[in-house]
Design a protein around this ligand. Structure first.
Ligand SMILES: [Zn+2]
Length: 347
């Protein structure tokens, strides 16, 4: 069964999108079916990453999530239907017709365009009260496991303190605390709760705060170890566009300084701990134009994971940087290491 899940996850997400009836532009983007928009902001990450991310509404997932959510069916049904259609010797039920999405209804039933996301100061207050509350809670089994997991990833006490990482020790109590202190409208606007009004970090109790000028402007959750089936390792705020992690860490460097750009936030933390100024894209490999300004004065070392997706992402991003007039180059740590943590962990 695990094997089937893996094989289905490897079905080219762009092929499935096309078969569903979506139009893919420049072989990597399309209009997002999950929010109203005029210009396509849903990006595909081709295999092996094989995921999508919408920079408009923040929706993110793999091929099964895409199929399930556009067809409005559950994960298991989506898995079976995809297997039935694309896995040659799948021995489950093989009578399902592949669904097509009624594209017209998706794009025309949308009423007025949604308002563009606008950051409100109250969101920072929500994120910071959330952090203070979590830090003030007594230790729990979940907190102990999180600490153990972080240590295993080479995230030591200095790093935890420096980046002010924290853990949701009690999901229910935290959820209640937020609702007691803030309006549901503000909580939803901040992306910290979902449409049902529940804290989005249900299986992602390790929280990585993103700061700008010392204030929290974004949050990212991480599961302890591998996430449960169907969930991803990271949970981002709902509907809030992502931003760069540790941007404060490179703001005051001298011109021509060398800075590192990583995929994962943990990689970034490891570099900083080892004396190298670094920022991270949270887990993505794509870059928004408005971020170039942070890098104008510097030389950028791209330090993505040493897998196929990371290597492809590196090529694209280096071209983008060079087009923006910023010197960027791939950093080869040491051949044979999967990522930065492994490199520093084993050195
Ligand atoms: Zn979207």
């Amino acid at each position: 069964m695990d094997n089937l899940l893996q094989r289905v996850k490897e079905i080219d997400i762009r092929q499935v999108a096309r078969d569903l009836g979506f139009e893919i532009i420049q072989s990597r983007r399309m209009n997002c079916p999950f929010h109203f928009e005029d210009s396509p902001s849903l990006i595909f990450y081709p295999p092996p990453q094989n995921e999508f991310h919408c920079f408009g509404c923040g929706k993110h997932g793999d091929v099964i999530n895409l199929y399930a959510d556009t067809c409005k069916i559950d994960f298991k049904t989506a898995l079976e239907e995809l297997a039935s259609r694309y896995i040659p010797n799948y021995d489950g039920v093989r009578n399902k017709n592949f669904r097509k999405v009624d594209i017209k209804s998706i794009y025309s039933n949308k009423p007025l365009p949604e308002k563009k996301f606008e950051f409100k100061p109250i969101y920072t207050e929500i994120y910071e009260r959330f952090q203070t509350f979590c830090l003030s809670q007594p230790a729990t089994e979940s907190a102990r496991k999180a600490a153990e997991y972080l240590r295993g990833r080479g995230i030591d006490d200095w790093t935890i303190k420096h980046f002010r990482l924290f853990v949701i020790k009690n999901y229910v109590a935290t959820n209640e605390f937020l609702k007691e202190h803030f309006s549901l409208e503000d909580l939803k606007g901040s992306g910290i709760v979902n449409d049902k009004g529940n804290l989005v970090f249900f299986v992602h109790p390790i929280i990585i705060p993103y700061y700008q000028d010392g204030r929290i402007i974004y949050l990212q959750g991480r599961s302890i170890g591998n996430p449960p089936e169907g969930a991803s390792k990271y949970q981002f705020l709902s509907g809030v566009p992502r931003t760069i992690f540790n941007i404060d860490g490179i703001k005051k460097l001298r011109p021509n300084s060398e800075v590192y750009l990583t995929e994962g936030a943990f990689d970034c933390m490891t570099l900083v701990k080892n004396g190298m100024p670094a920022v991270s894209l949270g887990s993505a490999k794509t870059f928004k134009k408005e971020w170039f300004k942070y890098f104008k004065k510097y030389k950028v070392w791209i330090s993505f994971d040493n897998d196929e997706a990371g290597i492809n992402g590196t090529k694209t991003i280096i071209e983008d940087f060079l087009m923006a007039g910023i010197l960027a180059e791939k950093k080869d740590w040491n051949k044979g290491f999967k990522d930065i943590n492994e490199y520093f962990g084993q050195r």
